[in-house]
Structure formats: structure tokens, C-alpha cells
Design a protein around this ligand. Structure first.
Ligand code: BGC
Length: 456
């Protein structure tokens, strides 16, 4: 089987080095998940310590998304000029400082600033993490390794649910927010010892360094052939600028990357992840304990189902998983919409059960499709010349759409009701399905350079 380094490697043989690279970069994913998930629990106690109005509460919660949106663009510049490794180191430092700032905040404005900074860490890691892993992985296992990033996101979300439950009795919101400083530090220190991405090194003309890393990635490969191929492709592409994003040649890839990034959000995932307790309560799980248990269940299913992608993404490919997953999401959202509609008209008896089953199934479908594959494809479809800029724009679009959905979900459910809200997500799921079938190419097993060639 051909690898990114143009060599022949036996199936199942994985370089320890690549596994390390992926694991360390994935710590950023864990922080991404933890820091987006932890606030729903922490906010209850923050409100007790600082009396704040609804608008300020909204700011404390959404400052993270705003920070991620802004810093995704900054990450594009940093990843391009300073390198992929530096972007991840910066993410770790920002996470550590920001978490400590939140933990010691003695005013709401400091807390909002801390949360904004946490968001900056998330933006840096969501651009730098998957891109670094994708550029350092052999083609045949790239999907599995980049999916580790999403696995870490889901583990982070679950840990946040658990931390919220465990620390709730002592109202220890400062610990909930501050604990993230430890993995932040781990990310910065771990990445310090990791090498730079070979592709970025080639782009900088550092061929000796690039060759050394290529040898580490694929010890059985032919680093000279791989290096020659990378240099040849880059020479054909040339060095990129931000203005290139407007060029016609990049458009098909950008439509796929930005499209996937936005569809991942507008099909409602974070309405479920951020508002699961409220959805369960609306469905009749009235005690705090049952809705918390149900939420932790959702978090666990999210982690477990991500393994389906890790197992299949390089075997079945990206498209079949995306199509099956989105089809399943549309079905479960439609059933949820019908169930809440019938409950409204007084004809349904088992809304709680249907909700639990549908939400669980919806999470499974997301976790093996749009969850990991969107981050994977964003990091693999763009030509090296403009990869950093294009990944940054796609990631910013993802955070922008995330912001819109989390902002509008409570408004939609209040004005239109849960049933219609789920129908809207289902309809957008149908659009996603058509988009995937019509526009998204299969990238399984191809080197990043072969994927770039697809667009030419
Ligand atoms: C998405 C997040 C989401 C998470 C859920 C990620 O791929 O980008 O917005 O909260 O998956 O597991």
C-alpha cells in the first residue's frame, strides 16, 4: 500500500512516532471539548457568586465561541508563518494562562476575558491540531489518526459533564474552569518536543529537516522520493497568499471545506450537546438527577461511537460514513420532531423514552460521520500552498455557525416549539446529504498531494 512518503508499508504497521504525534496534538481536542462543555455546569454557581443579568450570562457562555472565531483566523497566519508546531504550542500556553485567569477571576469582566482567551486556545487548536496530525500521518492511516482529535473532543465533553456533576455539591466552579490548565501545560510541553510538520518544512525550503521527519514518520519508506514529490508539487503550486482564497482554482475545495464546516453545526449537534438537560426536562425527565444521568449517557455514547469512525474511516472511506451518518441524523431528528408535535397535541405517552432513544441514536450517527470527518477533510482537502489560510477560514466558519445555532436554539424552541426546531435541523440535514453526495470527493488512501491534484 502506498503511503504519504511514497513507500510500501504493511497494513497494520504503525510508526510509534506518528502515534505520539497524534496523541500529543489531540490533547488540544480534549481541551476544546472540555472547555466548551464545562460552562453549562459552572454557570449555575458563577451566577450565585456574581449576581449577573441574562445578557451578561450570555456573554460568559458565548465568549468562548467568539474567541475561537477570532483566533481561528490568527491561527491561519501563525500556522503559515510560524509553523504548525508553534500554533499548537501557542494553543497550550493560551489554554493554561486562560484557565488560571478564569479560576482566580474576582470580577465578571475578568471572567469574560478569561473565557474569551480560552476560546482563543480552542481556535488555535482547532486549526493547528488536525492540520498538524494530517500532515504528519501516512496516507493509509491519516483518517484514523486525525479522528483521534475528535475522540479527544468527545472525551473532553464527557469529562466536563462528569466534573460538573462531581464538583457540583461543593459549587467549585473555579476548579471546574481552572483544572484545564494542567492539560494545557501538557500540550505546550509535549508539542515542544515534537518535530515540525514535514510539509511545512518543505514549504519553508528546509529540506534536510523535512527529510529527517519523513524518515521518522515512515521508517520503512523512501524519504528521498517523498521529499522530491513534495518539492515537485510545491514548485507547481507556488507559495500562497490570503488573496488566493478568492481565486477560481481554489473555489471547489473551499466550497467543500466551508460547506462541511457549516453543515456540521446547522444540523443541530450543539443544540443537543449544550442543551441536553433542557431537552430531557422538556421531555418529562423532571428531576435534576435523571436529566444529568441522561446527559452523561449522551456524553458516553458520543465517545464510544467515535470509535466506529476510527475503525472505518480508512477502510470504508469518508463518503459512505458521511452519507450513512447524515441519513441517520435526518431520520432521528424527524422522529424527534414528530414525537414533540404529538406530545403537544396530547396524543403521545412515551415522549421521554422516544427522546432518549432518538437523541442517543442521533449522537451515534453524528459521532461516526460529521463529527470526526469534517475536521479530517478540512485538514486534507486543501493544497499545501494555501492550506493554513483555507483551514483557518473553514474553521472560523464552523465557529460562526456554532455561535448562531447555540444563540438561536433557545429562541427557536420558545417561538416555534421543540418540534419545529427539530424539523428545521432535519431539513438542513437533507441539504447536507445532497451536498455530500454532489460535491464531497473520496479522499481515503490518497496522499495530501494526490488530493490537491483532484481539484486540478
Ligand atoms: C464539533 C463540536 C461538537 C462536538 C461534539 C465537534 O466535531 O465541532 O461543535 O460540540 O463535535 O462531539
Amino acid at each position: 500500500m502506498t503511503t504519504a512518503t511514497g513507500s510500501s508499508v504493511r497494513q497494520g504497521e504503525v510508526s510509534f512516532f506518528v502515534a505520539m504525534v497524534a496523541t500529543i496534538a489531540a490533547i488540544g481536542g480534549g481541551l476544546f471539548g472540555y472547555d466548551t462543555g464545562v460552562i453549562s455546569g459552572a454557570i449555575l454557581y458563577i451566577k450565585k457568586e456574581f449576581p449577573i443579568d441574562d445578557a451578561t450570562e450570555g456573554l460568559v457562555v458565548s465568549a468562548v465561541t467568539a474567541g475561537a472565531l477570532v483566533s481561528a483566523m490568527v491561527a491561519g497566519v501563525l500556522a503559515d508563518r510560524g509553523g504548525r508546531r508553534l500554533t499548537n504550542i501557542a494553543a497550550g500556553i493560551v489554554f493554561a494562562v486562560a484557565s488560571l485567569l478564569c479560576a482566580v477571576a474576582n470580577s465578571v469582566s475578568t471572567l469574560i476575558a478569561g473565557r474569551f482567551l480560552v476560546g482563543c486556545g480552542i481556535g488555535l487548536t482547532s486549526v493547528g491540531g488536525p492540520m498538524y496530525i494530517a500532515e504528519a500521518s501516512p496516507a493509509r492511516i491519516r483518517g484514523t489518526f486525525v479522528s483521534l482529535f475528535q475522540l479527544a473532543v468527545t472525551v473532553g465533553i464527557l469529562l466536563a459533564y462528569i466534573a460538573a456533576a462531581l464538583l457540583a455539591p461543593s459549587a467549585a466552579w473555579r476548579w471546574m474552569l481552572g483544572l484545564a490548565a494542567i492539560p494545557g501545560l501538557l500540550l505546550a510541553v509535549g508539542m515542544f518536543f515534537m518535530p515540525e510538520s514535514p510539509r511545512w518544512l518543505v514549504k519553508q525550503g528546509r529540506r534536510v529537516d523535512a527529510r529527517a521527519v519523513l524518515t521518522q514518520i515512515d521508517p520503512h519508506g523512501n524519504p528521498d522520493a517523498a521529499l522530491a514529490q513534495l518539492e515537485h508539487d510545491l514548485a507547481a503550486e507556488g507559495q500562497g497568499t490570503w488573496a488566493d482564497l478568492l481565486r477560481r482554482t481554489l473555489r471547489p475545495a473551499l466550497i467543500v471545506g466551508i460547506g462541511l464546516a457549516v453543515f456540521q453545526q446547522v444540523t443541530g449537534i450543539n443544540a443537543v450537546i449544550y442543551y441536553a438537560p433542557q431537552i430531557f426536562q422538556a421531555a418529562g425527565f423532571t428531576s435534576d438527577l435523571t436529566s444529568l444521568a441522561a446527559t452523561t449517557g449522551i456524553g458516553t455514547i458520543n465517545v464510544l461511537a467515535t470509535f466506529i469512525a476510527i475503525w472505518l474511516v480508512d477502510r470504508a472511506g469518508r463518503r459512505p460514513l458521511l452519507i450513512a451518518g447524515v441519513l441517520g441524523m435526518v431520520t432521528t431528528l424527524t422522529v424527534l420532531g414528530l414525537a414533540f408535535r404529538d406530545a403537544g397535541s396530547g396524543t403521545a405517552g412515551s415522549l421521554g423514552l422516544i427522546t432518549a432513544v432518538c437523541l442517543a441514536a442521533y449522537i451515534v450517527f453524528f459521532a461516526f460521520s460529521l463529527g470526526p470527518i469534517v475536521w479530517l477533510m478540512i485538514s486534507e482537502i486543501y493544497p499545501l500552498r494555501n492550506r493554513a489560510q483555507a483551514v483557518a477560514v473553514s474553521t472560523a466558519a464552523n465557529w460562526g455557525a456554532n455561535f448562531l445555532v447555540s444563540l438561536t436554539f433557545p429562541i427557536l424552541t420558545n417561538r416555534l416549539g421543540s418540534s419545529h426546531t427539530f424539523f428545521i435541523y432535519a431539513a438542513l440535514g437533507v441539504v447536507t446529504l445532497i451536498f455530500v453526495i454532489a460535491r464531497v470527493p473520496e479522499t481515503k488512501g490518497k496522499t495530501l498531494e494526490e488530493i490537491s491534484a483532484l481539484w486540478r
